[in-house]
Design a protein around this ligand. Structure first.
Ligand code: BG6
Length: 467
C-alpha cells in the first residue's frame, strides 16, 4: 500500500507533566500542590518531590529532545510554581523557570505545547474546596491570564486541562478527594461543570490575548467495542462512549451537555447546578477549541452489566468499570497486554482518530500514547525493544488514519524522558531516555538514551516515511 505521507510541519515530539517530572517541589518560591501533600502515594515511589529532577536538568533534557529531533514538546506548567497559593501573588522565579525552558526549546526550533493543568492543583485552593468551590473558575481564569501575559508572545499551542474525564470519573486514583460530599455523584459532575467553565474562560482569553494562539482540551479517549453481538451490549457501548468520552468534548465543541448523562443524573437525584448565564459562557464563540488533543492508551470492551456484577480489580489503572444499568467493561481476549496488564490496541488508535474527526471535524493532536515497563540500565544501555514494537504498530495505524483522511497535527507520546508514573511510581517507566533513579533511591539522576531513542529519532528524521 502506498501511503500518503505526514505533513512537513507535523509536530513529532514527546510529553511530560510538571509533578511527575520536574521535582523542585518547594524550590524558589513554589507553593505546594495537592501532589506534594497527598497521603495516598503510589506504591512504587516515596513521593513526587524530586521526580526526575528536571528542575535542575532542564538544559540537558532539552538537548536530548533536540538530539532526537523533536519538533514539539508538550509539558505542563505547575500552577503553584507560578502562583504559589493559586490566586494572588505571582512568583517571579517560577515565571523565570518557564521562560528559560521555553527559550531553550525555541532555540532548537521545538514548538512548546503547554498544558495549563495536569493533576496538580495548588494545595491552598484545594483547602478552600478545590474544584467543587465555584470560586475556582475565577482563579483558573486569572491563572490563564498570567500564563498568556508572560508566555503568550512565544507559546502558540495551549491545552487547558489534562484528562478532565479521568479526573472526574476516577478522581481518587489521581489524588482527588470527593469523599466529603453527601452526594458524591453530584459533586463529581459539579466539579466537572466548574472545569468546563474554567476551560471555556481560558479559551476565550487565549483567543483575545494570544496572537495566533490555538487552544484545545486534552481528555483520555478510548474507542469502545460491544462485548458481543447482543443488541443490549451495543446499547451499553453507546452509554460508555458518551459517558466516558463525548460528554466532555461535546460541551467544549457544541456547548451542550449530552441528554443521556443529564437524564441519568436526574434519575439519580444528582443533577449538578448550572447558574444563570453559565451556558452562555460555554456557548461563547471564542470558547470553541481550535483542535482536539487527546491521550490514547487502550480501548474498552463493553457489556450491559448483570445485576449480580461486582467491580473487580484487574491491574493498576485498569479496573473493570461498571455503572449499574449503563455499562460494564470486560477484558478483550483479542488483545495482548503490557507488563502492567494494560490492553494494547493499535487498531483502536486508528478507530478513535476516525471517530473523533468524524464527530468534531477539528484537527487532532495526540498528547499521550505509550507503554510503561520495567526498564533496566545494563552496561550503559537500555534495551526496550518492546517499546519500539508498541510504537511501530501505533504509528502505522496513525498513518493509516491519515490516509483515511483524518487531519492530524502531531504526535507527542508519553513520555519524552522517564518520569514518575501516576499509579506505579518509578517502577513503571515510559521514556525514550532512562533516568538513573529507582523507587526509593535517588542515585545520580543521570540520563541514558534507550534503544527506542535511536528508533524514534529515525522516525522523526524520515518524517515517518518508513512506517
Ligand atoms: C495518563 C496521565 O492518564 O496516563 C499521565 O495523563 C499518566 O499523567 C499516564 O502518567 C500513564 O498512567 P500511569 O498510571 O501508568 O502513570
Amino acid at each position: 500500500m502506498k501511503y500518503k505521507q505526514f505533513p512537513t510541519d507535523f509536530l513529532w515530539g514527546g510529553s511530560t507533566s510538571a509533578y511527575q517530572f520536574e521535582g523542585g517541589w518547594d524550590a524558589e518560591g513554589k507553593g505546594p500542590s495537592v501532589q506534594d501533600v497527598r497521603k495516598n502515594i503510589p506504591k512504587g515511589t516515596t513521593d513526587f518531590k524530586v521526580a526526575s529532577d528536571h528542575f535542575n536538568h532542564w538544559k540537558e533534557d532539552v538537548a536530548l529532545m533536540a538530539e532526537m529531533g523533536f519538533k514539539s514538546y508538550r509539558f505542563s506548567i505547575s500552577w503553584s510554581r507560578v502562583i504559589p497559593k493559586g490566586i494572588g501573588d505571582v512568583n517571579k522565579d517560577g515565571i523565570k523557570f518557564y521562560n528559560n525552558l521555553i527559550d531553550e526549546l525555541l532555540k532548537f526550533k521545538i514548538t512548546p505545547i503547554i498544558t495549563m493543568f495536569h493533576f496538580d492543583l495548588p494545595a491552598a485552593l484545594d483547602k478552600d474546596g478545590g474544584w467543587l468551590n465555584p470560586k475556582i473558575v475565577d482563579a483558573f481564569e486569572n491563572y490563564a491570564k498570567v500564563l498568556f501575559e508572560n508566555f503568550g508572545d512565544r507559546v502558540k499551542h495551549w491545552l487547558t486541562i489534562n484528562e478532565q474525564n479521568i479526573m472526574m470519573l476516577f478522581g481518587e486514583i489521581v489524588g482527588i478527594d470527593f469523599g466529603k460530599s453527601d452526594n458524591k455523584l453530584k459533586a463529581k459532575y459539579q466539579v466537572n461543570h466548574h472545569m468546563m467553565l474554567s476551560q471555556a474562560k481560558a479559551n476565550i482569553l487565549c483567543h483575545k490575548m494570544v496572537k495566533e494562539g490555538k487552544i484545545g482540551p486534552a481528555p483520555n479517549i478510548n474507542p469502545a467495542y460491544p462485548a458481543s453481538t447482543k443488541p443490549i451490549d451495543n446499547t451499553a457501548t453507546f452509554n460508555l462512549r458518551i459517558m466516558r468520552n463525548f460528554f466532555f468534548l461535546d460541551v467544549a465543541v457544541f456547548g451542550r451537555y449530552h441528554y443521556l448523562v443529564l437524564n441519568y443524573l436526574e434519575k439519580q437525584n444528582s443533577m449538578f447546578e448550572i447558574k444563570e448565564g453559565e451556558m452562555d459562557v460555554l456557548n461563547d464563540k471564542l470558547a470553541k477549541p481550535d483542535f482536539i488533543a487527546f491521550n490514547y492508551y487502550a480501548s474498552s470492551t463493553v457489556a450491559m452489566p448483570e445485576k449480580s456484577f461486582k467491580e473487580q480489580k484487574l491491574t493498576d489503572q485498569q479496573v473493570i468499570r461498571s455503572l449499574e444499568g449503563m455499562y460494564q467493561q470486560v477484558p478483550n481476549d483479542n488483545l495482548t497486554k503490557t507488563q502492567f496488564g494494560w490492553e494494547i490496541d493499535p487498531i483502536g488508535f486508528r478507530n478513535v482518530l476516525r471517530e473523533l474527526y468524524d464527530r468534531y471535524n477539528l484537527p487532532l493532536i495526540i498528547t499521550e500514547n505509550g507503554i510503561g515497563g520495567h526498564d533496566k540500565l545494563i552496561d550503559g544501555k537500555v534495551d526496550d525493544q518492546y517499546r519500539i514494537e508498541y510504537y511501530k504498530y501505533h504509528l502505522k495505524e496513525m498513518k493509516v488514519a491519515l490516509n483515511d483522511g483524518v487531519e492530524i497535527m502531531g504526535y507527542n507520546p508519553w513520555s519524552a524522558i522517564d518520569l514518575i508514573s501516576t499509579h506505579e511510581g518509578s517502577t513503571k517507566r515510559y521514556g525514550f531516555v532512562f533516568v538513573n533513579r529507582d523507587e526509593f533511591d535517588l542515585k545520580d539522576m543521570s540520563r541514558h538514551r534507550k534503544e527506542s531513542f535511536f528508533w524514534y529519532k529515525d522516525v522523526i528524521k524520515t518524517n515517518g516515511k518508513n512506517l
